[in-house]
Structures are given as C-alpha cells and as structure tokens.
Design a protein around this ligand. Structure first.
Ligand code: BGC
Length: 718
C-alpha cells in the first residue's frame, strides 16, 4: 500500500471515530438518544416536541435530525395537504391504494391478513416518506351509532388485540411507527371533546385497555395517540391516570404520546401528564401571515419560559425529547431502513384478499347465493351505493385513491354475458331523479336475479368522524325499496356497504344478506367474487348485529351519550356486545362471530390438554372440524371461556379467548388446536389492582359463532 493510501485510510478511520454516536446507526438507541440530547439547545428541544405544520414536527436541522412526518390513516395513505390546512395540496403523485376499513380486516379473523395489511400499508407510508402512520384505531365498538366503527376492529378486546399485533409489526417492519389510537375511551363521536367518562376499573382493564396494551407492549408500537375524551375529568391527551400511571408506569412503555389534533387543552397538564408531542392545536398559523402560531402551542413558548425560569425542571422536558428521539432513531435514522413501495400490484392483491376474506355472508336461504354467471341472464342491480365512491369522508379517513372499482363495475366484469339493468333507487342528493319504487319492482319481476346495494356513506352522521348516527336506520328511504323488492323475485340478495350495524326491519323476508363493508380500491371485484361464488365467503362478524338499540348495553342501560353536563357513566360496565346479549339472553339480528359459507362445517370431539404446573400453564383446546359440504371453504373456529363467578358481583357468561381460521377442502377433516394461556382465565381484581384467577370449574366452549356453540369441556383450576 502506498503512503498516500495509508494516510487516506488513517484519516477515514479518524473520521469514522469522530462520527457522533447519535449518527451511528449501529450504536445502541439509548446511547444515540443521550448523545443527541446533550447536543440540543433549549430552543431545539422545544421545537422538537410540537408541530411546525398540520402533520409535521421540525426535527433538529442543525444536527441533521430529520423532520417527523405523520400521515392518516389506518386504511390508506392520505394525500399531501397544505402546510397549515386540512385541504389537499393538489399533488399528482400521491394517490394511494385504498385498503378495506379495519372493521373488514377484523372480520377476516385472520392474523396473516393483518400482517399482510400492515406490511403493505407500511410500505406505502414509507415510500411517501412518512415515519408515523396515524393508526391503527383500536377503540371498542360500544354502540352501533359510533361514527368511527368502520375504523376500529369490533367489540371484543381479545379479537381486537389479536388482530392489532401483526398489523403493527407489519407496519413497523418498514421502519414506520404506528400511532395506535385513540387512547382511550373514544367510543363515540358525539361530544368527543367534552365527554367525561366514568368507568369501573374492571371495565377499563378488561374491555377498553387490552388492545392498547397489546399494541404497545406486545407489538411495541412506537407511538400512541391520546383521545379527545376526558377520563377522571382530564382530557386523555394529558391524563395522569392513563398516560403516566398506566401506559408509562404499569406498562413501562418507552414510546411517544402524540396528541390527537386539537386534543391538548391545558398547559400544566400537557407538561406533566404524559403528553410528549403536540399536534393540531388550533391555529391560523402561517395562513394569517402572523408570527408563527405554532409558537403558542402548550408545549412551545410557554414551556420554554417555564424551563428557563426553573419553574419546570429540564428533566421533564428531556423525557419528552428522549421519546421523540427514540422514535426518530427507530424510523428515519435507523439502520437498514427499507425504501417502501406505492400502489404496487402486490398492494392491490393484498387489498383484494383482505376484502374477500372479510366479507360476511349473513343469511342465505334456499341457496340464493352464489348467483352463477352461467345461469343469470338478466340481472337487476339497485342502489346508489353500487356506483358511489367511498373515498371522501371529509375527515381523517378521506383518501385519494389511485383507482376504485365500484360494486357495479365489479358486477359487470363478473357477469359479462348477462343483461344488466341498473337503477339507483335512492340517492343522497336531493337533485337526483331516482326511479319510482313501482318501476323498480316491475323490473325485478322481469329479472332472473336482483341485487340491492344499500348502506352508509362516508358522510357526517353515517360512517364518518365527528358525529354519531342519530339512529340505526338506513338513510334515504332504502328500507322502503328493500321491503318492496321482497317477494318480487325469489333470487334476491341485499349487500350492505357499511362499517357498522344497521337496522334491517326486512331481515326475515330477504333470502340472502351479505355484509360487504367499505372495501377500498378493490371493493367491486371483492364483492362480485363472493356473489358469483368464485370466492367462498369466510368472514365473521367482529361485532353484534343488533336488531335495535335496546339490545345494546350502552343504550339499554341508558347512559349513552351522557348527561347534559357531558358526563357519562359506562353503566354497561363489562357488558359490551355479546357479553350483554348473553347476560340478558337476547337474540340479535346476527350474533358476534356469525358468518356463513357456501359449504357447511361439522364439529366433533372437543377436548382440552393442560401442561403441568399452575402459574404459567398453557392449555390447548382441540376440536375436529369437517367440511361436510361440496365446495372448499374456510371456517373460523372460536374458543370461549366460561369462568366461575366466585364472590364477584358479576362475571360475563363467556368470553372469547382464542380462534383459528382453517382451510378445508370439501369432505376434509382437520384437527384444530387453539392454544390458551392461564392468563386468559383472569379477571381484573379492583381491590388488588391486578389480574387474578379464581379457583373452580371452568368451561372451554367451541363455537361457530357466539350463539352457535358446538361443544364444550370442563376443567378445574385449583
Ligand atoms: C382524528 C385522528 C386523526 C387526526 C389527524 C383527528 O381529528 O381524530 O384520528 O389522525 O385528526 O387527521
């Protein structure tokens, strides 16, 4: 080696040695955090923990630490918006793949789908240079009226937790942080900024917190979003109990608490009660040409003065800065960061597979479905929803999709030989001239088969953020048309395009009903593939499909949506969804966990095996399942546990504690093994403030739904 070469190598290694630790991607994160922290000035620290625009925080430009860029939402990457406005920036390269709403993902009961979903949407976020994905939403479906049920994963804490973990791991495998939301108790949209929730510790820990714990502790979500609501009279974005005591204390979580947009209300609480990164505090900011209004955020100028004067210890500020630094080192400044991809064929395939796996066949009398394309020559399709785009909600779930296959497009492609008549029937626009009901019925008489598309739009008061629905009724007189079509043609199916349960006064008269969700870019292809039978439906309901509101605990017990002072006691306590239905022995329209197939499944020989020992015992509940029909299909086998009540004032009749989705060829039998932890038997003991397992006799119950129980086995806990 020449002298020059040796000198060159030497100076390179000197430079390498001089690389600040925080820039060394391979150094331990905590060392990088401490190194960066001690280099930052007070001004840089303050800037680092609040927004500089609608969706970004500034990083530390002097040190080369990049900006933090957040993006909505759980089911597609939102278009670019203006710096300081909600409105789109009119970019032409930001139209995304629209995935099905999370409620549809939950209806797949398929953890591999959840992982595939997370990986795909994480790739889209990464490609678009976003390092925080504002989702997934894991609030519990407490009332069918909640405007955001389509963004969440249903009523059961075990199901939501189990589906959340692979989704989060999938997103974060792209070095994009999930921001699981909305922590906590954002179970309604009405009065969401002002409602104070009063709830027992049991209901909080058993029903409303498990998915957040699974997201933060099990999946390791790198950030979380505070909710708009109040708990113990403090807004959840700066809440001593939820954020400091539970999330950062009991769960020992080291990630970033991000405020929901406009969810920060009190400077003292924002400083001390667990908030780390403030976003969306209302500001007219740059649009008014004033001094940057972001400086008047709670975690901005005021905090700087308080730290300077010594009124707030610098350690309080440093803790927030450390958390945001950790997020940056886990995402934008991480080693081996992938590049992502956008609107790829793989993402379309994932969106389609999730939709096909989540569509639920609710009812199918006389084998009306599938409607075979070779037999249907004349098809009548009714309903505006079949041709309506489901991308614009006017809120954080609004998407600009690269493409959207509408239901009617899907049907036309799936029935190429058929003569298809389309009638709108109803419309959200008063100016639309819809057909007379009598004319629709006359067409129905002439057709071989009739499909009615009904449901909810992404509009305020339907499936949308900000306000709940006023009732379970379908809008725009849809029920009248369905009623009129009953009896007009025996080959009649209703497809419900909605993210939540709706009233179906005609349910007993319509032979076939499909829950078709909001399925995104591939909606039309997914729905038509189920209608034709190309895909055998295999989704099951992640929530109870109530007949009316009286069947739902939150309404029956009378506290929703809270009193005139916006105080709401969750009197339904742990009795949410099927837990209330079981207790009161109610028959809803369709129970939690329900979903049919074009084949049938038989269950036999339920048994349980238990490993020796007690504290860390694992159980395996097994059952033999046979596809007893003549087409291949998938069955979701559900494990419920019925636990002894002991001296407890109340206990659920049974609770979901495991499930498996199994693929069975026609005639095939498989043994399905569902593992279950000892911890699944626990209830939250308010006196001990901890989980506790009672001795006594337990039952492991296997069901095809929460009301279609196929076998059980008892076991003792000593
Ligand atoms: C919503 C959040 C969303 C945020 C940013 C809020 O109104 O509650 O879910 O992520 O806006 O758009």
């Amino acid at each position: 080696m020449s002298v020059a070469a040796v000198m060159c190598v030497a100076s390179l290694s000197a430079q390498k040695n001089e690389l600040p630790i925080y820039l060394d991607e391979n150094a331990p994160i905590e060392e990088r955090v401490e190194d960066a922290l001690q280099r930052m000035t007070l001004d840089e620290k303050i800037a680092f923990i609040h927004a500089q625009s609608k969706f970004s925080a500034p990083g530390v430009p002097r040190l080369g630490i990049p900006e933090v860029w957040c993006t909505d939402s759980s089911h597609g990457i939102r278009e670019e918006v203006l710096w300081d406005k909600w409105s789109g920036a009119d970019w032409t390269n930001d139209a995304c793949t629209a995935f099905p709403g999370l409620v549809c993902l939950a209806a797949t009961w398929d953890t591999e789908m959840a992982s595939r979903y997370g990986v795909a949407i994480g790739e889209e976020a990464r490609y678009r240079n976003k390092n925080v994905l504002l989702g997934p939403g894991v609030n519990i479906y407490r009332t069918p009226l909640c405007g955001r049920n389509h963004e969440y994963m249903g009523e059961d804490p075990y199901l939501v937790s189990t589906m959340t973990v692979p989704y989060i791991k999938g997103v974060q495998s792209n070095h994009v942080a999930t921001c699981v939301k909305h922590f906590a108790l954002n179970n309604q949209e009405n009065r969401r900024h002002s409602t104070n929730v009063e709830i027992s510790d049991r209901a909080l820990y058993e029903i409303y917190l498990p998915a957040f714990k699974a997201a933060t502790v099990d999946a390791g979500s790198w950030s979380i979003m505070g909710a708009y609501m109040k708990y113990k009279n403090q807004h959840c974005c700066h809440n001593q109990y939820l954020l400091n005591d539970i999330l950062k204390g009991e769960w020992g979580w080291d990630g970033v608490v991000i405020s929901d947009w406009g969810g920060t209300h009190d400077t003292h609480q924002a400083i001390y009660n667990g908030l780390d990164l403030e976003f969306g505090t209302w500001t007219d900011g740059l649009s008014q040409g004033r001094k940057n209004a972001y400086d008047s955020y709670h975690l901005a100028d005021t905090l700087r003065s308080l730290v300077k004067s010594g009124d707030v210890p610098v350690e309080v500020l440093n803790d927030k800065v450390r958390r945001v630094l950790r997020l940056v080192f886990r995402t934008t400044m991480s080693a081996n960061r992938p590049y992502g991809s956008f609107v790829s064929p793989e993402h379309s395939a994932a969106a389609l597979a999730i939709a096909q796996g989540g569509i639920v066949l609710l009812k199918n009398e006389n084998k009306v479905l599938p409607m075979n394309p070779s037999k249907v020559k004349k098809l009548l399709v009714v309903g505006d929803v079949a041709t309506a785009s489901m991308m614009k909600s006017g809120s954080s779930t609004t998407l600009k999709a690269k493409y959207e296959i509408l239901p009617l497009d899907g049907i036309r492609a799936a029935y190429p030989e058929a003569e298809i008549t389309y009638m709108k029937g109803y419309s959200p626009s008063k100016n639309d001239k819809v057909e007379r009901v009598a004319d629709i019925v006359a067409e129905a008489h002439k057709a071989d088969a009739v499909i009615f598309f009904g449901g909810l739009y992404y509009r305020g008061g339907q499936d949308a953020e900000g306000v709940d629905r006023a009732s379970m009724e379908l809008p725009y007189g849809q029920d009248k048309i369905v009623e009129a079509l009953c009896g007009a043609n025996p080959n009649f199916a209703v497809v419900m395009v909605s993210g939540t349960g709706v009233a179906m006064p005609w349910k007993d008269k319509v032979p076939a009903i499909v829950q078709g969700w909001h399925c995104g870019s591939e909606a039309g292809t997914a729905i038509s593939s189920v209608l034709t039978g190309e895909v055998n439906p295999s989704g099951k309901l992640p929530y109870t499909y109530y007949t009316n509101l009286e069947q739902c605990g939150a309404h029956a017990l009378g506290d929703y949506p809270g009193d005139e002072k916006h105080h709401q006691v969750y009197r339904d306590d742990i009795f949410v969804g099927y837990r209330y239905i079981d207790r009161e022995d109610i028959t809803p329209n369709f129970p939690f966990g329900h979903g049919l197939s074009y084949t049938t499944f038989e269950y036999d020989n339920v048994r349980i095996n238990r490993a020796k020992g007690t504290a860390n015992s694992k159980f395996v509940v097994s059952v033999d399942v046979t596809n007893s029909g003549d087409v291949d299909g998938k069955e979701i086998v559900q494990l419920y546990v019925s636990a002894p009540k002991g001296d407890l004032p109340y206990r659920a009749v049974k609770e979901l504690k495991g499930f498996a989705k199994v693929d069975l060829k026609a005639g095939e039998t498989k043994t399905v093994n569902i593992p279950m932890d000892f911890s699944s038997l626990a209830y939250f003991d308010e006196q001990m403030h901890d989980w506790n397992v009672l001795p006594g006799t337990y039952k492991a119950i296997i069901g095809a739904s929460s009301q279609d129980l196929r076998g059980e086995v008892s076991f003792e806990i000593k």
